[in-house]
Design a protein around this ligand. Structure first.
Ligand code: UGA
Length: 441
């Protein structure tokens, strides 16, 4: 099938490459000339396991094309994906200007029937707005062409995007149009082979499904973080509690890991956007507000442990930070707990020596050169002459470190572990002051 994808960011590029890899003929369109030129040279703008070879292979065998030419893009596909960003605007609502700009572009250039698919995470009611925009432009052009707007939200996780996209748990399709249903069946047939993963529903329910899924997962995390704070105060160990409750299959083990707060480009933004949507219809989403405020508080925890340990005297101290990305297997630092920690440390006059396996360039891009930030090449060099170590991200190379080396490198034997990677008893025996999440002091 001939497919066009507008917006070659995270979701758009992964989706395009995966569709091309099963034999569809996919045109990628982006307004960023530099990005398109780089992609043609095999330079991929994001770190995502498996993505670079997939893009290279599909581009070289002619299944994947890149262009900045909107006309070419609209002419190419019967199916037109909108996969541009929906950043939060000032009040936290999803800003639809890029989505509607693509809708306008499609309508300006189309000369035959199209199926327009909203892949971006968009608030309930967006498909109606996209439809209205397309109609308005077609009217102004004085032509009548059939089109349908389908909601088909994406559920991929950063760091596992290619495999999530290749083997989706479910494919949500919001449309009540028979022809669109048939086209969606054909489009996704290669991913729907062993059992039926396609779930059809009306457009608004599909749009809400995306937010409901992310908000449910964020709720599980905030719930566990709340429990971890209680565990700390009550002298219980949250890791035992996690094990205890996860064994109930109604609760399950996934997404109940306590930590230093959820980050990334999705949970914080989507929880906030659904709160704004609710506010806009005079509903107070008390649970979602709590999810957000628990997460905000949780992100302060690493700093609180440090400042308590050093009695508020952090000025002039050097803190080693392991892990900058919001989770492992990505270089993405959006809404990462490491940022909240580093900013609090700088505010208190401390210096940071940080190491991350993938996010060093991203950190440099965000913070530039500053005297109180040293980005170092290995986890060991981050420890040199530092006063304490903080683990912000659970990269596997941080899981079994050489504790003797840590003890010898740090001037105080202090570890703050935002991901509960280590055994508190073992660290105690080795003479460390060890602060984790929900595991007592
Ligand atoms: C999330 C969802 O998991 C995807 O299903 C969804 O498609 C995606 O958002 C999106 O809307 O695009 P992602 O943001 O890539 O994916 O990352 P997750 O693996 O979900 O982790 C999010 C945050 O939650 C991370 O900061 C992680 O450390 C934290 N987390 C996760 C916990 O603190 N505890 C857990 O048990 C799980």
């Amino acid at each position: 099938m001939k497919i066009t994808v507008f917006g070659i960011g995270y979701v758009g590029l992964v989706q395009a490459a995966v569709l091309a890899s099963v034999g569809h003929d996919v045109m990628c369109v982006d307004i960023d000339e530099n990005k398109i030129a780089n992609l043609k040279k095999g330079i991929i703008p994001i770190y995502e396991p498996g993505l670079t070879p997939l893009v290279e292979e599909t581009y070289q065998n002619g299944q994947l094309h890149f262009t900045t030419d909107a006309q070419r893009g609209v002419d190419h596909g019967t199916i037109q994906f909108i996969a541009v960003g929906t950043p939060p605007d000032e009040d936290g609502s999803a800003d639809l200007k890029y989505v509607l700009a693509v809708a306008e572009t499609i309508a300006q250039h189309m000369s035959n029937e199209k199926i327009i698919i909203d892949k971006s995470t968009v608030p309930v009611g967006t498909a109606d707005k996209v439809s209205a925009k397309v109609k308005q432009v077609l009217n102004a052009r004085n032509i009548e062409l059939d089109f349908d707007v389908v909601s088909n939200p994406e559920f991929l996780k950063e760091g596992a995007a290619v495999s999530d996209c290749m083997k989706p748990d479910r494919i949500i399709i919001g449309t009540e149009n028979e022809r669109s249903r048939a086209m969606m069946h054909e489009l996704y047939a290669p991913f729907n082979r062993n059992h039926d993963r396609m779930i059809f529903m009306d457009v608004r329910s599909a749009e809400l499904t995306k937010y409901a899924a992310n908000c449910m997962l964020a709720t599980k995390i905030s719930f566990m973080n709340e429990m971890s704070n209680l565990a700390e105060l009550l002298g219980a160990d949250i890791e035992a509690v996690r094990h205890g409750i996860g064994s109930d299959s109604r609760i399950g083990y996934q997404f109940i890991y306590p930590g230093c707060g959820y980050g990334g480009s999705c949970f914080p933004k989507d929880v906030q956007a659904l709160i704004r949507t609710a506010n806009g219809i005079d509903y107070q989403p008390a649970l979602l507000e709590a999810v957000e405020s628990v997460n905000y508080r949780q992100k302060q925890k690493l700093f609180t442990h440090l400042t308590n340990h050093f009695n508020g005297e952090l000025a002039g101290k050097t803190i080693a930070v392991w892990g900058l990305s919001f989770k492992p297997q990505t270089d993405d630092m959006r809404e990462a707990s490491s940022i909240v920690l580093m900013q609090a440390l700088w505010q208190a006059g401390a210096n940071v020596q940080a190491y991350d396996p993938e996010a060093m360039e991203e950190c440099q891009r965000i913070f530039g050169n500053r005297k109180d930030l040293a980005l170092v090449g290995t986890k060991e060099s981050a420890l040199k002459s530092a006063d304490a170590l903080v683990v912000c991200t659970e990269w596997s190379q941080f899981r079994a470190p050489d504790f003797e080396l840590i003890a010898n490198s740090l001037s105080h034997k202090v570890i703050v572990d935002g991901r509960n990677l280590y055994d508190p008893q073992l660290l105690k025996e080795r003479g460390f002051a060890y602060y984790a999440i929900g595991r007592g002091d």
